[in-house]
Write a protein that binds this ligand. Structure first.
Ligand code: CMC
Length: 428
């Protein structure tokens, strides 16, 4: 039975269909609102109540703390899958067979290099440049070296662009770090797994052999999977909206990297560690920082806390908290800021300010502690998030393109001056 919603404006009633998703979410389809009402629109700053698309990729229920990629729970994927399997699942909709996975990985390996001239661009950046800015610039620059990845319409052209970016992006991310650290650029070793090879590209010392570390690879694999997609968040919406103008995959991803950089989004992982370090440096006084976070006159926020969609708990944060303990234990590392983080979480979970606003630790609260234990420097945390989110951005871009979605172009309600006559300069 079809269901409708009625909107009444100035005594006149208008009917709109209600659509239902496979998880029984309901939405009022207002596509015809402007045309049938003669120009009435909706307003929803921050899109808190606006669905921008129908998507079959990721389901999340913020009230129940559920996150699933293509129907598979995040808990199971983080425990049992490899990052590239998850990338394939997100992009193409099904878990790959062994054969499909091997072909996918081989196609990516075939593209795991960039034009030597990219090094010249990298050289132009100061060593102090933030890696996210460098990474987004280099990702855009890839277009110049791969012009046939721009106008991709057929599934085959899309596939080629997808394996290219999956091959080249880890090289760019690792090089961004190596430049920053003053290390020679390294191409890694294609006989290694995707995650292991990335780690080698990052950290191999010029005069020493690289030794794979299972604990490190497994922790990184888990973190990348947990970050791989999160439906219509800020950076993903950016990727979809840029791509909706028929801009190519690489520049759409570059735009997503910039959106992710902000501290309210992916940049929070760096901000969390900086905050925990500041608390430690300040004598570990968590109460003082809790008070600052609650003070409306103070712009300080408890970084790594709160989420637009999760109003119960962030299932990724639960997994990462356990993983942080495990990784530190396995690597024999003691990090005092883990205790500060746990202390802050405990206080927040008992504090009416946080409880009433349903503010819980999010994915970024404990992830930095693991990155740090793996030897990844603080300003590379957000690039790590970007590497993890890459398959999500790709799958959302592909879905949008195959679905032939219209160009993204929101409306507004104009609240500025009404018409007025121009005043010549001398008379102003
Ligand atoms: N510390 C203190 N107060 C907070 C926090 C926080 N971290 N987060 C939200 N609030 C308060 C906020 O001041 C507001 O209070 P009031 O109702 O009195 O005005 C209320 O909680 C609702 O917050 P909001 O800003 O309206 O919520 P939002 O959905 O627009 O923002 C958020 C979500 C994630 C941007 C926000 O919670 C935040 O700034 N958190 C800190 C940054 C962070 O950790 N970001 C990572 C997000 S998860 C990873 C990702 O997807 O990138």
């Amino acid at each position: 039975m079809s269901r409708n919603a009625t909107i009444e404006i100035d005594g006149k009633k208008y009917e709109f269909p209600i659509i239902e998703g496979t998880e029984n979410e309901l939405a009022i389809d207002i596509k015809t609102l402007r045309s049938i009402t003669g120009g009435v629109t909706t307003i929803d700053p921050g899109f808190k109540n606006t669905g921008s698309c129908e998507s079959a990729i990721t389901f999340l229920d913020g009230e129940k703390g559920i996150l699933r990629y293509r129907g598979y729970s995040i808990e199971e994927l983080a425990e049992k899958a490899e990052f590239l399997e998850v990338a394939y699942l997100l992009i193409f909709g099904e878990l790959p067979t062994a054969e499909e996975l091997t072909k996918f990985h081989n196609d990516i390996k075939d593209q795991a290099h960039v034009d030597e001239d990219v090094k010249k661009i990298l050289d132009g950046f100061p060593k102090t440049a933030h890696p996210m800015g460098v990474l987004s610039s280099l990702t855009s620059a890839l277009v110049a070296f791969n012009p046939d990845s721009v106008n991709v319409d057929s599934e085959e052209e899309m596939y080629n662009a997808i394996v290219r970016i999956l091959g080249k992006f880890p090289v760019l991310a690792a090089w961004t770090y190596r430049k920053h650290a003053g290390l020679p650029l390294d191409y890694g070793d294609n006989s290694l797994g995707y995650v292991d090879n990335f780690f080698k590209m990052m950290f191999k010392k010029p005069a020493a052999d690289y030794e794979s570390n299972e604990i490190v690879v497994s922790a990184l694999n888990k973190l990348l999977i947990l970050h791989a997609d999160h439906e219509q968040n800020c950076s993903t919406s950016t990727v979809r909206i840029v791509g909706s103008s028929n801009a190519g995959l690489f520049v759409s991803i570059s735009a997503g990297i910039n959106a992710l950089w902000g501290p309210l989004h992916g940049g929070a992982n760096q901000a969390v560690i900086e905050m925990l370090e500041a608390i430690k440096g300040d004598g570990g006084d968590t109460k003082k920082y809790m008070a600052k976070a609650k003070d409306k006159e103070d712009s300080f926020r408890l970084m790594g806390f709160g989420h637009r969609v999760y109003k119960n708990f962030d299932p990724r944060a639960k997994i990462i908290k356990v993983a942080a303990d495990e990784v530190l234990n396995e690597l024999g590392i003691e990090d005092p800021i883990l205790d500060i983080a746990k202390g802050l979480e405990k206080e927040a979970l008992e504090d009416p300010y946080f409880v009433d606003r349903k503010l819980y630790p999010n994915v970024d609260f404990y992830s930095g502690i693991i990155y740090r234990a793996l030897g990844i420097p603080t300003d590379m945390f957000t690039p790590m998030f970007a590497l993890g989110r890459l398959p999500g951005w790709i799958s959302q871009w592909r879905e949008m393109r195959l679905g032939k979605e219209p160009i993204g172009r929101p409306r507004q309600i104009y609240i500025g001056e009404t018409h007025r006559n121009f005043i010549p300069l001398k008379k102003r």
